[in-house]
Design a protein around this ligand. Structure first.
Ligand code: PMP
Length: 420
């Protein structure tokens, strides 16, 4: 395929295809924060493979390790057998990530995707507690299978299940209702009151920053309160860090600034480092209760992903990357607030934190139009929220100042063209 021609996709690929509609070109090459299509047009990446490419494209060190591994005929697929690549990953993950953060988890490989880790967490919480109900939140997103959809707060996605979704109750996320702090009181009352109709839950599942649901960032005090609600009632706290984790918010885990210790953590997307499918379910040892084989899957032993995931952990040996993400996050926030002031016609509100920030616009279709203009000018960026009302800045966390500046300049140009 040498022509930049979408007719092959239009003819042969299912109608469910979506990103090709927002980014209508044939991509070919990528490096760092840049991608090129078959016309050799360059794009700045403010999308990061929906969070699977936090370290950018084709990181030199990961590529080198992967090529060496393949060259040496390293085992590629091994279900959940012991392999050298897996052993090295487990050891380094413990040393570089868990130990310095005083976190104590057993690592489960639930299958290759974010949805797989969520499913395993829900099943495990139910098994451990003997309860079936789970509390999830407005605008939460946890995946596309029936179990994950049952805790996902999106009507369009839920309808896709084609059947009633059961055993989960939706509560208001932080700031969903105007009177802040009422969400927690409401939740406690519903859990504790025998007349509420809410069964005592096995678990509460949440994202600290809701990626798909519109970049709603929970306050740290709110997260602490949710942890307290769980601890006082023997409810398991599951943090879905599939999108907000692996450095996206400026710390490896998104919940670190809140000082909470979830019982189960879901990780996927960028944990493989190089865009390769890998997921982890981190389980407090007290709850490591699946019997051997009770939750399995063919693709739990993606050794090529273990190799790049292990190499990626070098980014976390010191605080350089964290500092850089935190500094650049401030710049992104300043930029967005400046845009909101400078272009009042946008009717914008700032959303999110870290490297997952954006603007929610009250003007219908405006965010989509801005993302479309950005694409024309050589930047890819998606929208989020139940009505796609948020345009979402999601660059690789390794982006340098030059890339960030170039990206922000394109976004300003796009806003200007769309609103004036
Ligand atoms: N949880 C969250 C928070 C997500 O953002 C996503 C994917 N966008 C998932 C779970 C599901 O992951 P996957 O698409 O890999 O199944």
């Amino acid at each position: 395929m040498n022509q930049n021609d979408l007719s092959i996709f239009n003819e042969h690929e299912s109608e469910v295809r979506s990103y090709v509609r927002g980014f209508p070109t044939v991509f070919h090459e990528a490096k760092g924060y840049k991608l090129w299509d078959l016309d050799n047009k360059e794009y700045i990446d403010f999308f990061s493979g929906a969070g699977a490419l936090n370290y950018g494209h084709n990181d030199d060190n990961m590529k080198k390790k992967l090529l060496e591994y393949i060259q040496e005929d390293g085992i590629t697929h091994s279900l959940d057998m012991a392999s050298k690549a897996k052993g090295e990953f487990l050891e380094k993950f413990h040393e570089v990530i868990l130990k310095p953060r005083d976190l104590n988890y057993k690592v489960m490989f639930p299958g290759p995707t974010g949805t797989n880790t969520v499913e395993s967490a829900l099943k495990l919480a139910r098994k451990v507690t003997g309860r079936t109900n789970v509390i999830s939140f407005t605008n939460g997103f946890h995946g596309m299978t029936i179990g994950a959809l049952s805790v996902t707060g999106n009507a369009f996605k839920r309808a896709g299940a084609g059947m009633p979704l059961q055993n989960a109750v939706t509560m208001p996320f932080d700031n969903y209702i105007q009177d802040t702090n009422q969400e927690i009181a409401y939740m406690e009352r519903l859990i504790d009151d025998n007349g509420s109709g809410v069964d005592k839950p096995a678990a509460i599942i949440l994202e600290t920053v809701q990626g798909e649901g519109g970049l709603n960032a929970a306050r740290m005090e709110w997260l602490k309160e949710v942890e307290r609600v769980c601890r006082e009632r023997d409810i398991l706290l599951i943090i879905d860090d599939v999108q907000a984790g692996v450095g996206r918010t400026g710390t490896f885990f998104s919940f670190e600034p809140a000082g909470i210790k979830p019982d189960i953590v879901c990780l996927s997307k960028s944990i493989g480092g190089y865009g390769s499918p890998l997921a982890l379910t981190l389980i407090h040892p007290d709850y490591d209760k699946f019997a051997p084989g009770e939750h399995n899957g063919t693709f739990r032993g993606n050794n090529m992903a273990f190799v790049t995931a292990t190499e990626a952990l070098n980014y976390w040996k010191d605080d350089q990357l964290e500092k850089s993400v935190q500094e650049k996050s401030k710049r992104i926030e300043e930029f967005l607030n400046k845009m909101i002031k400078k272009y009042p016609a946008m009717k914008g509100t700032h959303r999110g934190r870290g490297f997952m920030q954006g603007i929610a616009s009250d003007v219908e279709d405006l965010s989509d139009k801005i993302a479309g203009k950005c694409f024309e000018h050589g930047l890819i960026m998606e929208t989020a929220g139940p009505d796609d009302e948020v345009f979402k800045l999601f660059p690789p966390i390794t982006i340098d100042d030059e890339g960030l500046d170039k990206g922000l300049a394109i976004i300003e140009k796009a806003i200007e063209e769309v609103v004036t």
